[in-house]
Design a protein around this ligand. Sequence first.
Ligand code: CDT
Length: 309
Amino acid sequence: MRNVRAAAAQMGPIQKADSREAVVARMLVLLDQAKEAGADLVVYPELTLTTFFPRWYVTDQDEVDQWFEREMPNAATEPLFDRAADYGIALSLGYAELTEDGHHFNTQILTDKTGKIIGKYRKVHLPGHDEYDPERTHQHLEKRYFEPGDLGFPVWRVLDGIFGMAVCNDRRWPETYRVMGLQGVEMIVLGYNTPTVNSQKAEEAGDLRMFHNHIVVQAGAYQNACWVVSVAKAGDEDGHPLMGGSIIVNPDGVIVAQAKTEGDELLVHDCDLDATVFGKETMFDFKRHRRIEHYGLITGQTGVIPPAE
Ligand code: CDT
């Protein structure tokens, strides 16, 4: 048995006016709870440190850049890294990254139990649009503020297992999980900020949106025989509601822990990484069963090309 006691640290809303320090203070409360629960790993959501700013249309780049971190850890997050290291707890958190050479990414990092960053992932699937769209009930300007990730979907050996990361919309794409599955991933940690309302289909039911939120993660876990820890930033941010529904999913695709609130809430579950072995050696033994000679279209084209009439 290779047990990882994983904690999903769902965060409630973060308002535009909230400071990084105020957010980190809330993260520390969840970290203390995780310590109390004996957790090995705490996973925080996408863009943990700020409001979900892609909903705001801003043309002044200096103003946009205020939502980005130039280094990690930095003055605001150092207390989190320090306390996690004191506790011997590994961390994963999402933030907006501005690189030294001026690139903008929607990033998630993973530390080991000493607080050292051992993995960085930059969101590959950026949803939304890059210009103001008057047709939508609210904006989703990720394509304006971020570049697509340039690091692929790496995995890392840490906590006696193989770990990977994804960010929000990535969870809806089977390729995300499969690329990590092909590297033997045993646990994927991901964060999300998902509006409760579909900006292009206001009548779409909230329970259908939650069903989609869960089905993609459950399918990804099952089809790649891995654990997935999927963590929301939830609740009402300056009048814009985000879904909760954080979950921990086992390698059978079953939800084993689920958030009940839309606020700061910690889910804890013992995840045996050896529970991934059966699926990886039977139904989803890729080496024996995959037929790559038929999968060329998946990497050869992006859009749909229907057959000629
Ligand atoms: N943050 C993020 O990726 N949210 C998306 C909603 C996109 S709606 C244009 C998601 O897939 O949950």
